[in-house]
Design a protein around this ligand. Structure first.
Ligand code: RUQ
Ligand code: CUA
Length: 676
């Protein structure tokens, strides 16, 4: 086997910056002076392609030369694909589609590998196998409110499930089905030290989604938020330490965890305080019924007190899962509401935890609440109870500011300069506005300072580390729902459009007009078609915080346990053993052969097949495909895997390696023979 040296480990940001500066200088020279040998050719290219100065600048800011790495990695939800998509920034190159809720053949995810099948099967609903997900909100693990690069969580809205991905190998390790709700939305978010992974609900259902007619909505239906306890040492959610809260059947939407001054509190918005039941019951469809009222409620949750109730056993049992009932939450001061104007969406906490920002989908403002004022209103008992008895805090007492940002505001991110960025769906812009003290003081506070057009209909925005305690600024990605005319049309199903925006510069003017567009210092850099599903949210982490394995640490590594499997086949102990009607295969893979390369069984035998890739070279991955049996594996260097099946079809089945691993890759094959 040939060895090759590993490329340098550290990200070479200074190199990229140097290359960028040098290239800019060259182009500047080419455009202005027009002299020098190479200079003329740049001008020719620019002229031939008809590029403007701004387009050239955008190209230079996003170009990452061959062999160099991106400064940031964005983990975007994969929407309907049920996966997570990792994208380098600023190049916008896809690095990996991490298989999560949906079987994925290249990674061999869910095609026979016993440990992977267990992870996927844990996400089944009753007897129904669920082989897709609607991923919405990825959440990187945090330490002291900052991304630590260790784990990634993601929810499946369609079936109310959460998954845990280990960022040592970027593989899914755990999937959990929420026992309380059949649909979720407000997940996943983490508390500042990843003690809990938050999963909020969405459409109300009776607890455990038992049957109840819609006429009994008010009495029988409920909302929920679940707190999954994360065990960082094990790298798994600990179900036995997890619990949920019973909430009124207002459609809980997004959640965010408090941080710094508001650590220990959790905030979730909602949008069916009207308790609309649909046309069949109310005479009004959900669209009209759910948006009929002036206000919905921001849910303010004291997580520490909720945890105390859980530990004291103040719970009811729903499908074997502990749920703290609503009356106990009210009595113990766990739950408060705050009115939110006009079909709210989004809840985002400022970096220092002082402010809670919500948007009204039908209101042109963002509304900002103060955590101090919320605490004061609670202390003053400045509330009236809602129909379920939950205290509704006085809006004016807790409001800090309202800023007009445009039509259809949704989600907000933050930068390092005291600005917030709100996606504006209907106007198709991202609005930049300034925060109040301690970020900006006096006249500079609470002001709209920029509106950059995007193409088109933005949902979430993601800024570099833009929801942590220390945002980076630099870049923002607008995750647009419609692309319309941006790309060559691949038939009527168009890709989503992820647009990269430079937010590193200060605004030029102090204020802008809310009816117009004025990027005012922001610059659109790049359009990336996303053709795998609808990425909802994304998080952008500095690449040098990630420290993945280059190869598995030892030969025989089991990614399920993140340890060496003592039973893993290794060179010298390869064999085929029969035990009654069960045949055990112990196989190794290395360039360019399987040992053994012939396995013979009888029809009806149970086959338990172990393979170790004994390679220790970077990127020396082997595949394993068994035709006719729906089995495909990806065996990364050092990895061991086991698959099981019943040899129910007799015949001759050549198996082969599916990764072009060497010059003799086609020879990496063997025969599986099933005697009739
Ligand atoms: S929210 S539809 Cu993230 Cu705007 Cu889900
Ligand atoms: Cu191993 Cu191709």
């Amino acid at each position: 086997m040939t060895e090759r040296s590993a490329p340098p480990r550290r990200k070479r940001r200074w190199l990229v910056l140097f290359a960028l500066t040098a290239a800019l200088a060259l182009v500047a020279g080419a455009c202005t002076a027009g002299d020098g040998e190479a200079a003329g050719s740049y001008t020719d290219i620019i002229n031939e392609r008809g590029l403007t100065d701004e387009q050239v600048e955008a190209a230079l800011k996003t170009y990452v030369p061959s062999g160099q790495w991106d400064e940031y990695v964005m983990f975007a939800s994969g929407g309907h694909s049920g996966q997570v998509i990792a994208i380098g920034i600023p190049s916008m190159r896809i690095l990996k589609n991490i298989a999560v809720f949906t079987p994925e053949p290249w990674q061999g995810w869910g095609y026979g590998n016993v440990e992977q099948m267990k992870v996927l099967e844990a996400g089944n609903v009753g007897d129904n196998q669920i082989s897709w997900g609607d991923t919405h909100h990825p959440a990187l693990s945090e330490t002291n409110g900052d991304y630590d690069g260790q784990f990634l969580f993601i929810n499946d809205k369609a079936n109310a499930r959460v998954a845990v991905i280990d960022l040592r190998d970027w593989e899914t390790k755990q999937i959990l089905k929420n026992p309380v709700s059949i649909v979720d939305h407000g997940g996943t978010m983490v508390t500042p030290n990843t003690e809990y992974v938050i999963e909020g609900g969405q459409y109300g259902n009776p607890l455990g989604w038992e049957y109840a007619p819609l006429e009994e909505y008010e009495a029988e239906y409920r909302g929920m938020v679940t707190f999954w306890k994360f065990d960082r040492d094990k790298g798994r959610i600990d179900e036995s330490q997890s619990f949920a809260l019973e909430l009124p059947p207002y459609w809980q939407d997004l959640c965010d965890a408090g941080k710094n001054v508001s650590e220990g509190w959790v905030f979730c918005n909602s949008f069916n305080v009207e308790l609309a039941k649909g046309k069949s019951v109310d005479g009004a469809d959900f669209e009209a019924g759910v948006s009929a009222g002036e206000n919905d409620y921001l849910h303010v949750i004291n997580l520490r007190k909720a945890e105390e109730l859980f530990k004291a056993g103040e719970t009811i049992d729903v499908k074997g899962f502990p749920v703290i009932p609503l009356d106990k939450l009210i009595d113990a001061g766990v739950l408060y509401f705050i009115p939110e104007p006009k079909s709210p969406h989004g809840i985002d906490i400022s970096p220092g935890g002082e402010y809670m920002v919500v948007s009204g989908k039908l209101d042109p403002h963002v509304t900002i609440y103060s955590f101090d004022k919320i605490q004061q209103a609670i202390a003053d008992k400045n509330w009236v109870p809602d129909r379920y008895g939950v205290p509704v805090l006085d809006f004016d007492a807790v409001k800090e500011a309202q800023i007009e940002v445009g039509l259809g505001p949704l989600h907000t991110q933050f930068d390092d300069k005291g600005y917030a960025y709100t996606s504006i769906f209907l106007d198709s812009v991202v609005s930049r506005w300034s925060l109040g003290p301690p970020y900006k003081e006096g006249d500079e506070a609470w002001k709209l300072v920029g509106r950059i057009p995007i193409q088109y209909n933005v949902g979430h925005v993601a800024a570099a580390e833009g929801d942590t305690v220390s945002p980076d600024g630099n870049y923002l990605v607008s995750l647009n729902k419609w692309s319309i005319d941006r790309f060559l049309p691949p038939g009527p199903l168009l890709p989503q459009n992820l647009q990269l925006i430079d937010i590193s510069k200060e605004p030029i003017n102090p204020t802008v007009d809310v009816t117009g567009t004025d990027p005012n210092g922001m610059q659109l850099l790049y359009d990336m078609p996303m053709a795998l599903g609808e990425p909802h949210y994304a998080q952008i982490i500095k690449a040098d915080k990630l420290n993945p394995f280059e190869i598995y640490p030892e030969v025989g590594w089991d990614p399920a346990t993140m340890q060496v499997d003592p039973e893993a086949p290794v060179p010298g102990n390869e064999r085929v053993e029969r035990d009654g009607n069960t045949v055990h295969v112990y196989m190794t893979a290395v360039r360019s052969r399987y040992t053994p390369d012939r396995v013979e069984v009888k029809k009806g035998d149970r086959v338990i097949w172990h393979i170790t890739n004994i390679e220790q070279s970077l990127d020396a991955t082997h595949g394993f495909a068994l035709p006719g049996y729906n089995i495909t594996l990806s065996l990364e260097p050092g990895e061991t895997a086991t698959f099981e099946f019943t040899a129910n079809e007799s015949g001759t089945f050549p198996f082969y390696c599916t990764e072009f691993c060497s010059a003799l890759h086609l020879e990496m094959a063997g025969y599986f023979l099933v005697q009739p």
